[in-house]
Design a protein around this ligand. Structure first.
Ligand SMILES: NC(=O)c1ccc[n+]([C@@H]2O[C@H](COP(=O)([O-])OP(=O)(O)OC[C@H]3O[C@@H](n4cnc5c(N)ncnc54)[C@H](O)[C@@H]3O)[C@@H](O)[C@H]2O)c1
Length: 310
């Protein structure tokens, strides 16, 4: 493949590069390093990195014209500042349109997009089937949903994967790195009373291998284990892993106004379409992540949810 990856310096993008580069594929990354790290995409044989925004049509067109990709993975997304609607719309809507148009012009064989489960808003059914209506209510969710809908209007052979919380190397946001860091520093924690679905990076990558195949199905799919676990389950696993004994139970607080109590995606249609099923269980997924932090540390913590001061 000649694989163009937008947002290749991010968590998913960099894991995809580590997966596909050693297999001999040529890769070009477009990233503005808004949340991704320059250091994780060093210049090396087979890997070219262009610093810039997908919202810049001249840069996007030049990358497609020079690199001539056969496959595109559109992983770039803005989400860092929940009130920066303009940045979310610029990257997630306008940027997606530029990448879709350029990919269509280049006649790429396959276009893979990543979508957030926040596209479902506050779902009336959990686990959420892929046929559930989209009803996003955050700037990130709204802009990502518009981007996915523009892609769906194109004639590209495309797949949009609505992802559970993918857990693996360099994950630096969310409850796992937050609990790991704070507990090791002896700081207090709290758990929001919410349920999420955690997918191991190895399961995500094994699905990507199938999705990128020429004859694989196209369309929109949920990618998840289908198993919900509470944030308190994660906290308990981290406490156990670190061998800590607590003086008092961790507070479990009601979800905030901008939070969704339970986000668990139903992967049944995906499992049928691709003959794929997540193989790594919850406990192993979390412990693999913690072992990675032991070795490499937690590089940065960004969150679109406010964390109370302790
Ligand atoms: N990681 C998950 O569990 C998860 C879950 C649901 C959806 N997603 C989606 O998967 C994709 C990757 O997520 P991630 O977790 O790797 O996030 P990430 O923040 O680590 O990666 C996103 C990358 O996009 C880059 N970027 C942002 N704006 C850009 C722009 N205008 N032009 C070029 N690059 C830009 C960032 O610098 C970063 O490297 C996103 O589309 C996200 O919405 C991820």
């Amino acid at each position: 493949m000649r694989l163009l990856i937008t947002g290749g310096a991010g968590c998913l993008g960099s894991n995809l590069i580590e997966h596909y580069l050693p297999q001999g594929h040529e890769i070009l990354v477009i990233d503005n390093f808004a949340t991704g790290r320059r250091e994780v995409v060093p210049e090396m044989d087979g890997l070219e990195v262009v610093e810039g925004s997908v919202a810049d049509p001249v840069l996007v067109d030049r990358c497609f014209a020079d690199f001539l990709p056969t496959h595109v993975i559109h992983s770039a997304a803005a989400y860092k500042e929940p009130d920066n609607w303009l940045e979310d719309a610029t990257t997630n809507v306008t940027g997606t349109i530029h990448v879709v148009n350029a990919a269509a012009k280049a006649g790429v064989q396959r276009f893979v997009n990543f979508q957030t489960a926040l596209c479902y808003g506050r779902p009336s059914q959990v686990p959420i089937p892929v046929t559930a209506p989209t009803a996003p209510f955050t700037s990130y969710g709204i802009s990502k949903t518009a981007g996915e809908q523009y892609l769906a209007m194109s004639d590209l052979p495309h797949v949009s994967l609505r992802l559970a919380n993918v857990t693996g190397p360099r994950l630096a946001i969310g409850p796992i790195p937050t609990f790991y860091t704070r507990l090791r520093e002896g700081k207090g924690c709290f758990c929001s009373d919410t349920v999420r679905d955690f997918l191991d990076m190895s399961d995500f990558l094994s699905l990507m291998d199938i999705v990128l195949e020429a004859e694989a199905p196209t369309g929109i799919f949920n990618v998840s284990t289908g198993q919900g676990h509470s944030i308190k389950d994660i906290f308990d696993t981290v406490v156990d892993y670190l061998g800590i004994s607590l003086d008092q139970p961790v507070p479990v607080v009601p979800p905030g106004d901008d939070d969704v109590p339970a986000v668990v995606l139903d992967p049944t249609a995906t499992e049928t379409a691709f003959g794929w099923k997540a193989a790594v269980g919850f406990d192993e997924t979390i412990r693999k992540m913690l072992t990675w932090y032991d070795k490499h540390g937690v590089s940065a913590i960004y969150s679109h949810l406010a964390t109370p001061e302790k």
